[in-house]
Design a protein around this ligand. Structure first.
Ligand SMILES: Cc1cc2nc3c(=O)[nH]c(=O)nc-3n(C[C@H](O)[C@H](O)[C@H](O)COP(=O)(O)O)c2cc1C
Length: 414
């Protein structure tokens, strides 16, 4: 993988493909005008337990709600009468250039919500010149995803087993993947009562409840669920370790993904010693943790509260960003949780973030319309970012700074 955009990726279009409604766009996308429109559409498509699993968060949704609310505390102070023609949105992250300042966050079981979901996400991201992160809890082999999209990153849920970790790191390197992400915030299983209320169970059991849910959502049942089983057999967790993991419908899957309470910084040291590519720690909020990641030689961190899905009440990562910037040094500070608009992304970039990841909306988009859905979301964000940058009186992302932000109402870690 080179340090520039992939050769086969198209040139970054200077005018986003928006304009009048594209007649060839799948019907399910015709009324998707912004990322917020995806959730109600996905609710109509997906069986209730599966939609609830994606949309839901932990306990009272305090973090989920604050992830959105924080953006209202930051306003813009734009500059006027600046020539903003010829704007560009490309950016550099850890020595790599990307066409746009956002990527697709790792999400488990994306091939259950959308047919071959991980491949749709990765292929579309690659075409657009942005990264997609393969989840450790994904159902399609990482080697297959990396063949379709050589610029993918890999996210690990590490086991405490040294040999297994070394073998996994070797497997990811052999697949040609250059960025290894360790998720740090999921060592303990959270309380997601909403899964219980919605009837989401892992492992999924082929019982009457599943049959009923399937009957109420026939389009997903035939187009995703049955099509997957008939064409590819029972999906397995393919990327949690060095070899094939448990099947989706087994109890073993629960054991593999619950409880990694032994995880600590020693495992990061171990991976850093072996992994020669870029190393990123995801799920940090505390500035001292960001400082440790830097001391241990991480190339980047992703500030995140897991989209509000882990510790309920954990700070919105936007509130942690200013303090993290103070200790990050040369490390790339990236961020996710609650980003839905170009303005959200620009607020983070103005505070120093290099890059933003977005989760749920991409999951819904792949479920609704596969690659076309993911393309559409990228186009929407691209159009918003391009317009917003121009209205701020800026031509390049590098010009985005606190200068054009009004921060008096912004409550954050100091
Ligand atoms: C359905 C779903 C599955 C997820 N699976 C993973 C995962 O396997 N690994 C991980 O590090 N984060 C996982 N996340 C968290 C995302 O990577 C990301 O932090 C979060 O979705 C960002 O918030 P947003 O959805 O509000 O954009 C998952 C999120 C969702 C919604």
């Amino acid at each position: 993988m080179s340090d520039s955009l992939p050769a086969s990726a198209p040139a970054i279009p200077s005018v986003p493909r928006l304009g009048p409604v594209n007649q060839r766009r799948p019907r399910r996308l015709r009324r998707i005008f912004a990322l917020e429109d995806l959730e109600p559409a996905a609710r109509r498509l997906l069986p209730r337990p599966i939609f609830g699993y994606v949309a839901g968060a932990a306990e009272t949704n305090a973090s989920l709600i604050d992830n959105r609310r924080v953006f209202d505390e930051i306003q813009f102070l734009p500059r006027m009468l600046v020539n903003v023609s010829g704007r560009s949105l490309d950016c550099e992250v850890m020595g790599q250039r990307y066409a746009l300042p956002f990527g697709i966050a790792p999400m488990g079981v994306s091939a259950l919500t959308g047919y071959r979901g991980d491949l749709a996400l990765a292929a579309s991201a690659y075409r657009a010149g942005i990264p997609m992160v393969i989840s450790a809890a994904s159902l399609i082999r990482l080697e297959e995803i990396a063949r379709v999209a050589p610029n993918v990153w890999y996210q690990a849920y590490l086991s405490g087993d040294r040999e297994e970790t070394e073998a996994l790191v070797g497997r990811v390197a052999r697949a040609g993947i250059e960025t290894f992400v360790i998720t740090a915030d999921s060592a303990v299983v959270p309380s997601r009562e909403n899964n219980l209320r919605n009837g989401y169970r892992s492992p999924i059991r082929p019982d009457l409840a599943l049959l009923w849910n399937g009957l109420t959502r026939p389009s997903w049942s035939v187009g995703t669920f049955l099509r997957t089983f008939l064409r590819h057999g029972t999906p397995h967790f393919e990327n949690a370790g060095p070899g094939r993991g448990a099947p989706l419908l087994s109890r073993q899957a629960v054991r593999d993904f619950s409880g990694r309470e032994f995880l600590d910084w020693d495992i990061v040291r171990l991976v850093r010693a072996q992994w020669r590519g870029r190393l990123v720690i995801k799920g940090l909020l505390h500035p001292r943790d960001v400082a440790i990641a830097r001391e241990l030689g991480a190339d980047g961190v992703i500030l995140s509260n897991h989209g509000g899905r882990q510790l309920d009440g954990a700070l919105s990562p936007m509130r942690a960003l200013p303090a993290a910037m103070g200790v990050a040094g040369n490390m790339a500070v990236m961020i996710d949780s609650g980003f839905r608009r170009g303005t959200d992304i620009l607020k983070a970039v103005g505070l120093g973030a290099r890059f933003v990841f977005i989760g749920r909306p991409f999951n819904y988009a792949a479920a609704l319309a596969g690659e076309a859905g993911v393309d559409h979301v990228i186009d929407l964000l691209h159009a918003q970012l391009r317009a917003d940058l121009g209205m701020l009186g800026l031509r390049r992302l590098e010009e985005m700074s606190k200068e054009v932000l009004f921060l008096e109402n912004f409550r954050h870690v100091r």
